[in-house]
Write a protein of this length. Structure first.
Length: 708
């Protein structure tokens, strides 16, 4: 991995800053109290937090990976290639409810994409204390834009030099320089001052660990000073695991505002806590509150009732909201790998589902292939931990290899793994499989951790059940649509043809785009392309009927206008509530003419030899299915040898922020640049450009015709 702090500009730019310096400059230059740099993962569908300033470790871990389709500001900025500004909680809840649920604190945030013309690299995210002005100032925008441009140059040059910058498994926490340096005498004087105060003082870094604490604070908290320094207070003192403390810690860090609460120590003494935050950490003031000593009330078991931890609660909410976007089984697998593994600090993962009496591995991370091959397809009667958990519905935890082999003597060695949590996936009150989390070192599973992992598995199971139903439905719809599209186009003398079909981005239902080529005789052919309204099986089935009707009227010798007229009548009889756009083309290769008629469809692009591609100038009738008496005028255009005709549906030219006219012009320019290439290569080039759009909401059909 490249050293991100190293300058990448070259010898002539020895004083140029690296990524760490640019992140620090963006935070300081805008007055933000937190900042994070996310880089696009090599696979292109995930943003990974590379480094951060001022963000507490528990929160950084929770947000260290973001899917590019997530409804949060960072991914939105990358998808739309624009600065996303969210001035406060109300706007966050309105536009990004997922983030608002898991970060319910007052702060403002900006997310700015880091990109060059040809490549997206990542996003810069900054947070400001509330209240902030409703809009970013010109100076703040200038700093953000400049630092993002410089980061993009660094990342591009690193990639060109063969050392691309890739975010690690965990984000790096960058330290913030102190404004002043104290000499030893001043430090001792400050220590004497705080030790003389009747109140306790404590300092936490952004990892939540105690970097300084007075003896008074340790006495008030009921702990040993030597045990508290260097530790997280709530890990050493069980009574501080109350979510009130953690929630105030998170609120102080994210909002950069003073938070306060009161709590009782084990002796029943009431203490008032004040938390003061800046990008380097949090200072805590602990003051005794006068009043009678309150006795704690034990639970029925004789032990104090322990509430769920705040970070656990937010992780559960975060995962639940994230899993609502999972559409397919693969989506669920990816989200578990990106969210659960990171939050639980697990190094391996496998999801197994029961099917036809066997356990099938539907997804895994960091397991050796031979281990996965061994477990994939094992019968439910096999004596393994996963099979036992799936059949009993009870989670199993193995803190070491010895624990695993004690209970399962035939356990298969798993290289690199030393502890396992095997969790049941229960949906609709029945076990459907297991999720296995593996750890590279022996691990002690606390009661809290066991409960949390079991709850997480329940959320995963519900998402998997929905995803399996979707996969079945989607595969059936895809099979239906594939059967209705032509398997192969007919061969026509003096005509070269290339066709492509691309379904909408995963998560959309099946569509009704169609195309066809009909050989009429040795020198004439008909081509058709259309788009049936809707994205479901009804649309796909209707598309097949429309294709059949057009084919029948075309082979009977009807003109383009007549073909559309009769098909329109049929469509109104079959489905009066659905509409279809359609473009019908009759090619006369002997006379070098093309005759066209349109039912509300996009006009074709015509590329003649020695000239740029242009949008065909032609009239258009109503969509099919609107008016039984609609008329479809025709137009005849010259088609000299060497000419190319491009028929397409609107999915090919749709892009965020681009209107339909601009889209057609851009398609024409791409077609012109490709004019000398083989037709199949031209088609693939046009489709590849459409693939760059991250979230396509429509199918794409493309039919290229070249008069040889």
């Amino acid at each position: 991995m490249h050293d991100q702090a190293t300058t990448i500009f070259g010898p002539e730019d020895d004083d140029a800053p690296g990524l760490d310096e640019l992140l620090a400059h963006a935070v300081g230059g805008t007055g933000a109290h937190m900042g994070a740099l996310y880089l696009l993962a090599p696979e292109g569908d995930t943003l990974r937090m590379e480094s951060t300033i001022g963000l507490p470790t528990p929160i950084a871990s929770q947000w260290s990976r973001l899917r590019l389709d997530s409804r949060v500001p960072g991914p939105a900025a990358v998808r739309e290639r624009r600065l996303v500004w969210v001035p406060g909680q109300e706007e966050m809840a309105r536009y990004y409810p997922d983030a608002a649920l898991t970060l319910p604190y007052p702060f403002s945030t900006a997310a700015a994409p880091i990109h060059t013309d040809e490549h997206d690299w990542g996003v810069l995210v900054l947070l400001w204390p509330a209240p902030h002005a409703p809009e970013l100032s010109r100076q703040e925008r200038d700093v953000i834009e400049l630092d993002c441009r410089r980061m993009a140059v660094l990342l591009r040059r690193a990639a060109e030099n063969g050392h691309p910058v890739v975010a690690g498994e965990r984000p790096r926490l960058l330290s913030v320089g102190r404004g002043v340096e104290a000499n030893p005498e001043e430090a001792l004087a400050a220590l004497d001052y705080v030790n003389r105060l009747p109140e306790g003082c404590c300092a936490l870094d952004m990892d939540g660990r105690v970097t300084f604490m007075t003896q008074t604070a340790a006495d008030l908290l009921g702990g040993k000073l030597s045990e508290l320094v260097g530790a997280r207070p709530w890990e050493v003192l069980p009574w501080l695991r109350d979510p009130v403390f953690e929630d105030n810690y998170r609120a102080a860090a994210l909002s950069n505002q003073v938070t306060a609460f009161t709590a009782c120590n084990p002796r029943g003494e009431r203490l008032a806590f004040e938390l003061h935050s800046d990008p380097s950490g949090i200072s805590v003031r602990i003051v005794p509150v006068p009043g009678p000593v309150r006795q704690e009330v034990p639970g029925e078991t004789g032990h104090l009732i322990r509430p769920i931890r705040a970070d656990t609660l937010y992780n559960l909410v975060h995962l639940a909201t994230t899993l609502t976007r999972a559409v397919t089984v693969q989506d669920v697998v990816d989200l578990v790998a990106e969210q659960v593994m990171v939050v639980c600090d697990a190094q391996g993962m496998a999801i197994l589902l029961a099917e036809n009496g066997r356990m099938l591995v539907v997804g895994s991370r960091n397991y050796e292939p031979e281990v996965i091959d061994h477990f994939d397809g094992l019968p439910l009667t096999a004596h393994t931990a996963s099979q036992h958990v799936m059949l009993t519905g009870e989670a199993a935890f193995f803190g070491s290899w010895e624990e695993l082999t004690t209970r399962h003597r035939d356990a298969v060695p798993q290289p690199g793994m030393a502890a396992w949590a095997v969790l049941p996936l229960i949906a609709s009150d029945r076990p459907i499989g297991t999720v296995v989390l593996a750890y590279e070192h022996p691990h002690v599973f606390t009661a809290d951790e066991r409960a949390t992992l079991t709850s997480l598995a329940g959320l995963v199971a519900q998402a998997l059940e929905r995803a399996r139903l979707y996969d079945v439905k989607h595969h059936l719809a895809e099979a239906l649509q594939a059967s209705l599209l032509p398997n192969a186009l007919p061969s026509v003398p003096r005509l070269d043809v290339a066709a492509r079909y691309l379904p909408a981005t995963r998560g959309m239902d099946i569509g009704g785009d169609f195309y066809d080529l009909i050989r009429l005789d040795e020198s004439t052919a008909a081509a058709v392309i259309g788009d049936v309204q809707g994205h479901d099986m009804t649309a796909a089935a209707l598309m097949g009927q429309v294709r059949t009707a057009i084919h029948a009227h075309a082979t009977a010798g009807a003109s383009p206008g007549e073909v559309l007229f009769h098909t329109n009548r049929l469509l109104i009889d079959l489905a009066p509530d659905l509409f279809t756009s359609c473009l019908y083309v009759n090619l006369d290769l002997e006379r070098h003419l093309v005759c066209l008629a349109s039912a509300g469809h996009l006009p074709p692009l015509l590329l003649r030899p020695g000239a740029p591609a242009e949008v065909a100038d032609m009239p258009s009738g109503l969509l099919l299915g609107l008016d039984p008496d609609a008329d479809y005028p025709i137009v005849e255009l010259p088609l000299p040898p060497g000419s190319m005709l491009a028929l397409y549906t609107d999915g090919l030219i749709e892009a965020p922020g681009i209107d339909i006219g601009e889209g057609m012009e851009a398609l024409g320019r791409r077609l012109t640049r490709c004019s000398g290439r083989p037709l199949a290569m031209v088609a693939q080039t046009l489709i590849d450009h459409a693939l760059d759009v991250q979230q396509r909401t429509d199918d794409i059909a493309l039919l290229l015709l070249k008069h040889l």
